[in-house]
Ligand binder design. Structure first.
Ligand code: GDP
Ligand code: IMO
Ligand code: MG
Length: 426
């Protein structure tokens, strides 16, 4: 049998680009889907036959029954929300047992992390998802986090570690902000109970993945969030706490990254952002309303994790070019083209005044850039049934060609609706 491609899929903007839909499509031709960073801050949605599935921690590959899924070493795991997510999937007819594993090196998101994040957000607002992601990654960097594999050491050991955490770190918060953390005894017991429910799910598959990548192929590394939310390359400090770009997959994949055959970058046909931070092409009220939708449709621009209305604007070609470059993308997937139908003109930012094709490292500088737009004549009608490039309206083709030019990579996939089948491949 011919070797399957090993693929990395990443978002090119501020998350919610429609990665899940593209990953679901590409999953047909791979065997293993591994989430490489982030945690329950993600919301990845796919529609199948009118039924909607929203994944937060579980890799999107779970929606295809024969595929194996791994939550990689670079992810942070909230066991309680994972169990809730699995219950929901079960109620939707998805069998996960025997198909899902977690790398023992993945860090646990403790209830303490959420409490700390709430305090931070009240002083230093980022507009996070309050899923404890930042504090969990901070503990990892401080080397006081608990890895999921450590739960096999038993309750007394975990209690001891939690006690140490309270003494060394927790006390700083509880004394200063005058609140109490849940007792380590209860937290340790809850963690163990969760593990009992999950069964034998913590498995080190690094050697196996290496072997598969070299022989049969068929590994898909699923990114969460997006390039502009990268802790290193995003709009710091208004970012998430992990490395979201293709290179970030090294956090979860203990293997030669040259074994990847393709890197696919996902972009919407316009831009969105949730939370605070620079957004050069953010639209005026009227534009935002048109791009966001009223909220009546599941796919209107309201967060899959927090329900917050997403900020909307025109596609930013400067960010697109930069993100395509730093991820080294081979192929571009463009989602939600159907949403632009009826909007006239469609604007596309092609450079920033005086900065041209450069994303400044200073957030305050990016906040003040002035995008230069090209106007594209709009197109009309319902394009959701279209499956061939030839049938796409002429004006939409002109827009896509310009996007391709700015990205420097070919558009290989076009989303024309939320369903798994609503896709044009080129
Ligand atoms: P992700 O986090 O990148 O996986 O994206 P989300 O799932 O958070 O957000 C993308 C939204 O757009 C979801 O509501 C999807 O169901 C929807 N979606 C994805 N692709 C398309 C498309 O081509 N057309 C339309 N109308 N909706 C889409
Ligand atoms: P998916 O995988 C969109 C944003 C939050 C906030 C910032 C930091 O669905 O694309 P965090 O909770 O990570 O500390 O929040 O990042 N954010 C996302 N925005 N999609 C996501 O994930 C996001 N995950 C985090 O809104 O601005
Ligand atoms: Mg999302």
């Amino acid at each position: 049998m011919a070797k399957l491609d090993n693929i990395i899929v990443v978002g090119l903007f501020w998350g919610d680009e429609g990665k899940a839909k593209i990953i679901d499509y590409l999953s047909k031709a791979v065997e293993i889907i591994i989430r490489f960073q982030g945690g329950a801050n993600a919301g990845h949605s796919v529609e199948i036959d009118g039924k909607r599935y929203v994944l937060h921690q579980v890799p999107t590959g779970i929606l295809r029954p024969e595929k194996q899924c791994i939550m990689g070493a670079g992810t942070v795991i909230n066991l309680q929300s994972l169990i809730e997510e699995l219950h929901t999937l079960e109620s939707q007819g998805i069998e996960w047992r025997g198909r899902l594993s977690i790398d023992p090196r993945a860090h646990i998101v403790l209830p303490y992390h959420k409490q700390i994040e709430k305090i931070f957000e009240s002083h230093h607002k980022i507009g996070t998802t309050i899923r404890g992601i930042g504090p969990a990654y901070s503990d990892k960097a401080l080397r006081i986090g608990i890895r999921i594999g450590e739960l096999s050491l038993g309750i007394p050991q975990i209690e001891k570690k939690l006690d140490q955490w309270i003494k060394n770190v927790g006390v700083l918060y509880s004394q200063y902000y005058n609140f109490e953390f849940q007792s380590p005894r209860i937290v340790a017991k809850d963690l163990m109970e969760s593990m009992q429910f999950l069964g034998n799910i913590v498995i080190d598959k690094t050697m196996y993945l290496d072997e598969i990548a070299r022989t049969k192929g068929g590994i898909l590394a699923e990114g969460a969030q997006g390039t502009m939310l990268s802790i290193n390359w995003g709009t710091y400090p208004y970012v998430t706490s992990s490395e979201t770009i293709a290179g970030g997959s090294a956090e979860s994949l203990c293997m030669d990254l040259r074994l990847f055959d393709r890197i696919v970058g996902v972009s919407k046909a316009f831009c969105t952002r949730v939370g605070m931070g620079a957004f050069p092409t953010e639209g005026d009220e009227n534009t935002q309303r048109k791009l966001r939708g009223s909220g009546e449709k599941d796919t209107d621009e309201f967060g899959a994790t927090t329900g917050r209305p997403r900020r909307c604007g025109w596609l930013d070609g400067v960010v697109l070019k930069n993100s395509s470059r730093i991820n080294g993308i081979d192929e571009l997937a463009l989602t939600k083209l159907d949403v632009l139908s009826g909007i006239n003109p469609i604007k596309l930012a092609v450079e920033y005044k005086s900065l041209r094709f450069n994303i400044p490292s200073l957030h305050s500088e990016l906040e003040n850039v002035e995008p230069i737009y090209e106007n594209f004549e709009g197109f009309n009608g319902n394009i959701t049934e279209i499956r061939n490039w030839e049938d796409i309206p002429k004006n939409a083709k002109l827009y896509i060609r310009r996007i391709q030019e700015l990205s420097g990579s070919p558009v290989k996939f076009i989303g024309v609706g939320p369903d798994r089948e609503d896709i044009i491949t080129i």
